[in-house]
Design a protein around this ligand. Structure first.
Ligand SMILES: Cc1cc2nc3c(=O)[nH]c(=O)nc-3n(C[C@H](O)[C@H](O)[C@H](O)COP(=O)(O)OP(=O)(O)OC[C@H]3O[C@@H](n4cnc5c(N)ncnc54)[C@H](O)[C@@H]3O)c2cc1C
Length: 471
């Protein structure tokens, strides 16, 4: 039997624990470096691996019509430790998968500690990993220690690593009312990659604008955590409701300015305009420009549906503003999550620009599999983009469209799994199982079912190919 030299995983959170497990499951030794309890973060409270720092929910477990539920299903089929431990310690939570956080973390810690191919070393990797670590998975998360994040920033370049996110909501294209919204760039400017009709514009009358400002000001907001509030990085990136607080006209002279735009229905410039910009190459997702917000999620849905053209909007991602650490993955990483500038370093988890416990673990799973295959002299293709796993990695390593500035802080923002990341169906269903014609929401639900079945079928094909290659 070949004895392989070890792969190093830095960070024993959701992504790092999963990556280490996947590497060991492929017969390759792994050293997992976790800095807790030697050094703690502002959010972690224990020394356990895969500590859940906030909610104890992995969100919906419904695989047929919910994208995160589909990701659960795919990860289970791919031998995920995080999902196995979650399933073992689940708590009653309706259709969601909620877990007993302490038992969950203890299970992950025990399974890794007992594995003869896994060595756990406690201590901070306080800078770039030593040169003789020839294969490393960096999975240090949103609260990566400053010594490491500064060196990653120096390696990737100023502006390619962000210390907070400023997430504007993203809307599914097919839920935007195209009889109201129209495509046009300001002054019809084509720009370097455009056509002059690159934005979707939602017009507002004076009355609609005033009512919208009132709703923004009155909306229920979340507050920064104490340690978040003290971070200097939020300067210069104001939530949309804070801009509104500075004056009722501020937004009309900022992101909602109507200049250079003509509503084809009236032939006139509207009083104010909300602009959406294409977010992914598939054209299925559109980003509300300038709408980073601390409004609570339910409030966002209520208030943003007041915008003409967005009354029926379905949100692939809601807005937020948090302390975070993430790199500009679409520019910096290759399709196997390796840093192009230094391929011995792979990145995984929230630091790659995914959002959420499950998504972070999913990228850890893929990074672990890629690293192990490479160590064994094999090549591993990513799962097909029709799967949730494949769609997520495709988005962060290329599917997202960078804006002209193209930096992590200006364009690429953390993304959760959603159906808009999967390629649309060639033949979207028009009738249900009973042969009856589907309408509105029913049609959307059936579309998700077909996409989910396609995803699991394609994932099984990918797994079968792997099994064949290993045999
Ligand atoms: C305050 C907060 C609340 C969140 N709440 C939720 C939520 O409710 N639901 C949700 O789905 N997502 C939430 N997230 C987002 C995200 O899903 C989690 O942060 C998730 O844990 C990310 O997984 P990860 O493996 O990338 O990072 P983590 O789970 O944070 O793991 C990173 C690990 O790396 C270690 N580490 C850092 N630097 C070093 C170093 N230099 N050397 C060695 N070890 C190091 C850390 O101690 C940590 O254990 C939250 C994030 C934050 C910051």
């Amino acid at each position: 039997m070949t004895i392989h030299s070890p792969i190093h995983v830095v960070g024993g959170g959701l992504a790092g624990s999963e990556a280490a497990w996947q590497i060991a499951s492929q017969g390759v030794p792994v050293i997992l470096h976790e800095m807790r309890p030697v050094r703690m973060t502002d959010a972690h409270k224990t020394e356990g691996l895969a500590e859940l720092v906030c909610s104890n929910s992995f969100r919906s477990d419904e695989w047929e019509t919910n994208a995160v539920g589909l990701l659960h299903a795919e990860m289970r089929r791919t031998g995920s430790l995080i999902m196995a431990a979650g399933d073992r310690h689940k708590l009653p939570a309706g259709g969601a998968l909620a877990v007993d956080r302490d038992a969950f973390s203890a299970e992950v810690t025990a399974r890794l500690s007992e594995n003869p191919l896994v060595t756990i070393e406690r201590g901070e990797v306080a800078g770039l990993p030593p040169a003789d670590w020839d294969s490393v998975v960096v999975a240090t998360g949103p609260l990566t220690s400053p010594a490491l994040s500064e060196e990653v920033r120096a390696l990737t370049g100023e502006g390619e690593l962000a210390f907070f996110d400023a997430i504007a909501p993203v809307v599914h294209f097919d839920s935007i009312d195209q009889t109201i919204a129209w495509k046009q760039s300001r002054y019809d400017k084509a720009g370097p990659a455009g056509t002059g009709a690159d934005y979707l514009n939602c017009p507002m009358s004076k009355e609609e604008y005033e009512a919208f400002i009132d709703a923004l000001l009155a909306g229920d907001k979340t507050v920064f955590k104490e340690w978040e509030a003290s971070t200097p990085y939020f300067d210069g990136c104001l939530p949309v409701e804070v801009m509104a607080e500075r004056g009722r006209e501020t937004l009309r002279f900022g992101p909602l300015k109507p200049v250079g735009l003509t509503d084809p229905r009236t032939g006139r410039r509207p009083y104010a305009v909300v602009q959406l910009r294409q977010d992914n190459a598939l054209g299925t997702l559109w980003n509300m420009v300038g709408f980073q917000t601390k409004l609570k999620h339910a409030e966002q849905v209520r208030v943003f549906r007041m915008i003409p053209g967005l009354a029926e909007a379905e949100f692939a991602r809601l807005g937020g503003l948090h302390r975070n650490t993430f790199i500009n993955s679409p520019k910096l990483l290759d399709g196997a999550l390796r840093l192009k500038a230094q391929p011995r370093l792979r990145f995984a988890g929230q630091i790659t620009g995914v959002e959420g416990y499950v998504e972070s673990a999913a990228i850890g799973l893929l990074a672990g599999r890629f690293a192990a295959a490479e160590r064994k002299g094999q090549t591993l293709a990513a799962p097909p983009p029709t799967t949730a796993l494949g769609a997520l990695i495709a988005h962060i390593t290329g599917g997202h469209i960078l804006d002209n500035a193209g930096s992590a802080s200006s364009s690429f923002q953390p993304m959760n799994i959603n159906y808009g990341l999967l390629p649309p169906l060639d033949d979207a269903p028009t009738t249900g199982a009973d042969g009856k014609r589907l309408k509105g929401k029913e049609r959307g639900t059936e579309k998700k079912r077909v996409m989910s079945r396609r995803a699991l079928r394609d994932l099984d094909g990918w797994l079968a190919e792997r099994a064949h290659a290993d045999a």
